[in-house]
Design a protein around this ligand. Sequence first.
Ligand code: MN
Ligand code: MN
Length: 323
Amino acid sequence: MALEDAKTQIDQAFTRAELRGLSFENAFGGATSFLRRRYSKDLSGAQIAITGIPFDQAVTNRPGTRFGPRAIREASTLQAFDAPYGWGYDPLSELAIVDYGDMAFDYANVAEVPARIEAHLAGIVNAGVMPITLGGDHFITLPILRAVAAKHGPVALIQIDAHSDTWADDDMNRIDHGTFLYKAIKQGIVAPQTTVSVGIRTDNPDTLGVSILDAPSVHQDGIDATLARIRDVVGDRPTYVTFDIDALDPAFAPGTGTPVWGGLASWQAAALLRGLKGINMVGGDVVEVSPPYDPTGVTAIAGAHVATELLALAGWGLRKEGL
Ligand code: MN
Ligand code: MN
């Protein structure tokens, strides 16, 4: 760390002069934007926007993910000093990134939230900016995918999750975090042939045709084989990446609504996300971080690392485009 900078930098969430660059602000002080990026509702000149959807009214069990975006931002402050490990480039210095803040909504008018999420994301996507979203429960990915598909057409999907989220739910007005993928497939936003779910360890006999790389298969076959199978499914199609933090074992991410044992270790998640470099990524999210069930903050730390890896993965593609 640059000690002299640490003595003078503060509140880079709003004092940062450039969208690019590392931050040497004390991790324990100052305003907490994601990775000390500048808060801005102005997307001009930005390549990637981080945004939070603090919505948790679609959960089947423990709530609390409405506090996820704030906790992830706070945990991220420790990662703003250096390039993320293992990428060989520094997305914070090379790419123009803003923290677009959270989405506003009426907590007592739940029925209007899906359209609001879609419009919020459309505002980012249609500006030609790559969205990385902090949840929120997993329902939010359905309207996000709608906004992304409106721009790019039906996208390939990499879902990293303990749960398939394809349980049958034909009432399209229901708002349920366990059926986002069922509805995305039924609505033609994503095709099952180009969707892969990694880390699954809950029983759901109807896969809807999605490729399932369950948690035991990842443990048994290893990272390289898993990556090869993911690449076979998504190819070079425009691809969205959704990371449900419960994909991680509860030992690494206890602060989530529906924890299931036998999950991925954090090193496996890191190796998978880094190993995906080169996919044609069009957006991503990390969802289901629930701070009230996260007494040590370890789940928020994992969420911040996942979001940083998604950012590095997104930046990898943007960087190649620029060459
Ligand atoms: Mn999920
Ligand atoms: Mn899950």
